[in-house]
Design a protein around this ligand. Structure first.
Ligand SMILES: [Ca+2]
Ligand SMILES: [Ca+2]
Ligand SMILES: [Ca+2]
Length: 222
């Protein structure tokens, strides 16, 4: 029994939803994920959403550093003004409380575009906003030309965030650090290979283990 509990509890994070090919055809209702478990409804919206570009994309085959992206050449180009936000929306339809694991993404910028980011979680149902979950800066170099390239990897620990069954919320990534006085009008910031992971509820594994123990006990009594 002990072995079953440990195996279940240490199964690790599972991908909840991901965006890599950006094959969404209608942006007005949010950018549909390429993959999403049946547990949730997910979209990406926000003022930073500009368009899907087919001649850019991260080629490192990971969501952040999480292995799994197919690394096609499509990516999300962002609007440049400081304060532009992306919202990764999650509606919990699972019937249980979900605890998130990590938020992963790849990013690159060119010229004077936005590059610093900060992540919070807004629980719409509970009307609460978390403290900062993480921040960082997208860098660029001569290899990261903003087209098809090996983008920078970002992994943000969001395991302090849970969403109850039926609740709606979103991870809000706010971008900053642009230099709009510059003349580089062709510069852009691009994000790709976005994924949110889930930590399996340890309590479920424990309950499963206890249920098995109970069955064993009853069997022994028979
Ligand atoms: Ca891609
Ligand atoms: Ca859509
Ligand atoms: Ca990556």
């Amino acid at each position: 029994m002990t072995a079953i509990v440990l195996t279940s509890a240490s199964a690790g994070a599972a991908t909840l939803a991901s965006w890599d090919s950006w094959s969404d055809s209608t942006t007005a209702d949010g950018l549909d994920s390429d993959f999403s478990t049946a547990l949730v409804t997910t979209t990406i919206t926000g003022t930073a959403v500009r368009d899907i570009v087919t001649n850019r994309g991260s080629t490192d085959e990971t969501f952040g550093t999480l292995v799994g992206a197919v690394s096609d050449t499509q990516a999300l180009r962002m609007n440049k003004p400081d304060g532009s936000i992306l919202e990764i929306n999650v509606e919990n339809n699972s019937g249980a409380t979900l605890t998130f694991g990590q938020l992963h993404f790849d990013g690159v910028f060119t010229g004077d575009s936005i590059r610093d980011f900060d992540v919070v979680f807004v629980n719409v149902t509970a009307a609460t906003t978390s403290a900062s979950l993480g921040s960082g800066s997208i860098t660029t170099d001569t290899n990261d030309v903003g087209f098809v390239a090996d983008y920078d990897d970002f992994d943000v620990d969001v395991s302090s965030i849970s969403l109850n069954d039926g609740e709606v919320g979103y991870f809000q990534i706010t971008f900053d650090g642009g230099q709009p006085t510059g003349a580089a009008i062709n510069s852009a910031s691009t994000i790709d290979s976005v994924a949110v992971t889930l930590i399996p509820e340890p309590s479920s594994a424990v309950l499963l283990g206890l249920a098995c123990l109970g069955m064993t006990s009853r069997r022994r009594r028979i």
